[in-house]
Design a protein around this ligand. Structure first.
Ligand SMILES: [Zn+2]
Length: 353
């Protein structure tokens, strides 16, 4: 295990990903079979000349409400595959101080806390968990910012979003479409999600979206999201998590990334301030070289300036470990690395802490 991991994950050889796993909402998506049984076993160095990222755009702390929810799932369903992929540390409470410590170890200045309140099924608990994240941001002396979490299909979602707009520490909202059981093939759900995005545009509340909902995710599913949902955002900043997938690199992720690439090139509505995070795309220092080249090819086509670093801490390891794991392997030029390391999300540019 690496020396500066705050948490590490003992991955089991069964790397299949079920819908139930997505529903845990920990943020870990299709875990790579290549990494099975090892987790982050070594700490590759950053490429020569590379320094730490300015910002980790994808962090999760966890208040009492989400922690209790996960603990309950753990006792009820201890044999779920999802839980075999995460160590017990991912089920413990984590504070803003823990996040700052992880950033300090990595030499990363700022971080964005993505509230996991979207997992919860009571309006009061959702508020509590979001408050836990926002308070951590508010008391971080400008180093942490928060995106509040909502399940866009729950009745309190719009009120919850409205409540947080303009509050100190809040820079946006996080939607986890797998955890919220979004089905892009249901026109009713697509319409409801589009309405939430329109509301966020009206509120000026940027969005971070975990897009992939299922193992059989397709380019058509990504196009539905782009054409019918993201189009409603107009020039609202949007951060698409996990390079358009749910973690890991597979054909479905590349198909989705191809759809974003074409939409961006065509200047489609909603694409002007769309950025893409690179959270948990690789999980081991021996990721498939062909896949890494394929990813870099998409990054170059789309434009390096749209890609944001994010670790999904504590899903597979510390922010520093993930930085090194990813940048140590991606075949980027020195200049391209520098671009990725220094990219800052639009929703943070307006926020001076
Ligand atoms: Zn996440």
């Amino acid at each position: 295990m690496s020396t500066d991991s705050d948490t590490s994950v003992e991955m089991q050889p069964s790397a299949g990903f079920s819908r139930r796993q997505a529903l845990t909402g920990i943020g870990v998506g299709g875990l790579l079979a290549a990494a099975a049984g090892f987790g982050i076993a070594t700490s590759p160095r950053l490429p020569k000349g590379a320094t730490a990222a300015l910002v980790d755009h994808h962090l999760h702390i966890q208040g009492p409400a989400v922690t209790a929810h996960l603990q309950k799932l753990l006792t009820e369903d201890s044999k779920l595959d999802a839980f075999s992929l995460l160590n017990k540390g991912a089920f413990a409470e984590r504070t803003g101080v823990d996040a700052l410590r992880a950033l300090d170890t990595a030499g990363i200045g700022r971080g964005v806390l993505l509230s996991e309140a979207y997992m919860l099924s009571s309006a009061d608990l959702v508020r509590d968990e979001n408050a836990f994240n926002v308070e951590a941001a508010r008391t971080s002396r400008g180093r942490l910012s928060a995106c509040v979490g909502v399940n866009p299909f729950r009745s309190e979602a719009i009120d919850e979003l409205r409540y947080w707009v303009g509050r100190d520490g809040v820079v946006g909202a996080k939607l986890h479409l797998a955890n919220s059981e979004f089905d892009p093939r249901s026109s009713d759900m697509v319409d409801r999600l589009a309405a939430v995005v329109r509301e966020c545009r009206a509120l000026g509340l940027p969005l971070v979206i975990h897009p992939r909902h299922a193992a059989d995710y397709s380019r058509e599913d990504a196009e539905t999201l782009i054409d019918q949902v993201l189009s409603q955002a107009e020039s609202l900043p949007i951060q698409i998590a996990h390079a358009g997938g749910w973690g890991g690199l597979d054909d479905a992720t590349f198909a989705a990334l191809g759809a974003y690439q074409d939409a961006i090139k065509a200047g489609r509505p909603g694409m002007s301030k769309l950025q893409i995070d690179l959270a948990v795309l690789v999980q081991a220092p021996w990721a498939d070289g062909a896949q890494l080249h394929r990813l870099v090819d998409h990054m170059q086509q789309i434009g390096l300036d749209r890609f944001l670093l994010g670790s999904d801490w504590p899903a597979i390891g510390s922010p520093g470990d993930y930085n090194r794991l990813l940048l140590g392997q991606l075949p980027l030029t020195h200049r391209e690395q520098e671009t990725v390391l220094t990219n800052v999300a639009y929703h943070l540019e307006a926020d001076n802490g």
